[in-house]
Design a protein around this ligand. Structure first.
Ligand code: DC
Length: 249
């Protein structure tokens, strides 16, 4: 299940950036060897606190792939909208901002128009507002396009979010849906960032509800995805299960 430039599958993913990804020699339709561009995507979706970021980063390191946190992209747009004091209910204004904002989401941190927003995007204001911005179809269309471009430029990556396997990369090599009990998910967030576990559990549940009931690309288990319930599992145990799923049958 690779995306291939030459066979017309997901051609939109690679148009214009084929020279950036690593071309490989592969037997083409006419039986001749042809240079094709392979985009290797591992898609990881699931609700907040399921362990997506930890697992995605570890998996990316193991597979020598880059890692993309798409939640950080929606958080970064929310940060930009709050900073510009936009009315988040004004969908056109927020979508237009999403199209022009310069985002850098990577190992160096998260930068929004050159401003370091790495810690602010995890703060209470952005966290409370992000589901509203993530429900905006104009914002989603722009983020989707940037995510596809990101993968095409690198020959793929481990990409985590809510709609990665269902909408952004439906032909990913592996689609994972990570989940865990609401209590465990809240406890993990508290261990990371502090706070009251009951309150965090309520706020996670409210965000999950908004994310899974919105009209545009709601959080859902994608067709063909493997569900891994991480409740009671250690990080190495989750990684082992995923690496088994990647082995050829
Ligand atoms: O993973 P996270 O908690 O940082 O995500 C922040 C918000 O962005 C969350 O409310 C869901 C939304 N999101 C989304 O709608 N689609 C994605 N691909 C990733 C995140």
């Amino acid at each position: 299940f690779f995306f291939q430039a030459e066979d017309g599958i997901r051609d939109d993913l690679v148009t214009g950036v084929q020279t950036c990804a690593l071309p490989i020699l592969q037997r083409g339709h006419a039986g001749r060897n042809e240079l094709v561009t392979v985009v290797r995507v591992i898609a990881i979706d699931g609700p907040a606190g399921a362990g997506k970021s930890t697992i995605a980063k570890a998996l990316a390191a193991r597979l020598h792939l880059d890692y993309l946190d798409t939640g950080a992209m929606y958080r970064a747009v929310t940060f930009a909208a709050l900073r510009s004091e936009l009315d988040l209910a004004d969908e056109d204004a927020v979508a237009s901002l999403a199209r022009r904002v310069e985002l850098e989401v990577g190992g160096r941190g998260v930068f929004v128009d050159g401003v370091d927003a790495t810690s602010d995007i995890r703060g209470p204001q952005v966290t409370a507002a992000v589901s509203k911005v993530a429900a905006n179809s104009g914002v989603r269309a722009e983020m989707r396009q940037r995510q596809q471009q990101w993968a095409a430029e690198r020959g793929g990556g481990v990409i985590e979010g809510r709609d990665i396997g269902s909408v952004v990369f439906p032909d990913a090599e592996l689609k994972l849906y990570l989940t865990a009990s609401p209590r465990v998910r809240a406890e993990r967030r508290v261990a990371e960032a502090g706070g009251d576990v009951d309150e965090i559990e309520r706020s996670i549940a409210a965000r999950d509800l908004l994310d899974s009931t919105r009209a545009d690309s709601p959080l859902t288990e994608a067709a063909g995805s493997a569900t891994v319930d991480t409740t009671g599992l250690t990080i190495p145990q989750v990684l082992d299960r995923i690496l088994q799923l990647l082995e050829p049958a």
